[in-house]
Design a protein around this ligand. Structure first.
Ligand code: ADP
Length: 193
């Protein structure tokens, strides 16, 4: 059973994906965290993706698709919360094929909706607390642009593919957003065993 958490940078995808994965006892897979780990371990993959991450650009589809296909196949997940993938229509198409091949069901796509001024404020605050290199003004602007141009169309892709999709107001306390997602997830699981 697959759940996808989508939303612009700063919308709380990572935080919510963790809460959902703990509550339902299946793993949380964050492509952003995974790529940052590769960078800090200075692996060949990390060296390849580092300039993209620093600039707030998406890494090439071909690269992330290859990595994700490998992970999904090798780990033979029964369930997983995907956070940060798919981020383009090409990635979504590939994921659909992979899930079909592995006979995994996409139960729900959650889209976190947060006003842009709130997003920017959250990211700048996080920059001070965590010091992520892409949380400074220019990379933040680039990530927002990438989201609008390349990731927002994924929402339409899922609408047209008749996948269950729920937009959740993410401008609320963390626990409140989690409980809204849980309501949507329970409803989705009730119709897709
Ligand atoms: P945020 O959503 O807050 O920008 P993430 O931690 O999800 O942060 O992602 C950080 C960076 O990792 C992105 O800006 C991008 O460079 C890279 N990345 C993560 N997932 C993908 C993906 N599916 N396709 C391309 N690049 C990705």
């Amino acid at each position: 059973m697959i759940v996808i958490i989508m939303g612009p940078p700063g919308s709380g995808k990572g935080t919510q994906a963790k809460c959902i994965s703990e509550a339902h006892a299946f793993p949380h897979l964050s492509t952003g965290e995974m790529l940052r780990q590769e960078v800090s371990d200075n692996t060949p993959l990390g060296q390849e993706v580092a300039p993209f991450l620093r600039a707030g650009k998406l890494v090439p589809d071909e690269l992330i698709n290859r990595v994700m296909e490998h992970i999904l196949k090798e780990e033979s997940y029964r369930g997983v919360v995907l956070d940060g993938f798919p981020r383009t229509v090409v990635q979504a198409q590939q994921l659909s094929q992979t899930l079909q091949r592995l006979q995994l069901r996409l139960v729900l796509v959650v889209v976190l909706d947060v006003p842009e001024d709130v997003l920017v404020a959250r990211l700048l605050r996080r920059a001070q607390q965590e010091g992520r290199s892409d949380d400074s003004p220019e990379p933040i602007r680039e990530r927002m642009r990438e989201y609008e141009m390349k990731t927002a169309p994924v929402i339409d892709y899922y609408r047209h593919a008749s996948v269950r999709l729920q937009t959740i107001d993410g401008d609320a306390p963390i626990a409140e957003v989690t409980s809204r997602i849980n309501v949507a997830l329970e409803a989705a699981m009730a119709v897709t065993p």
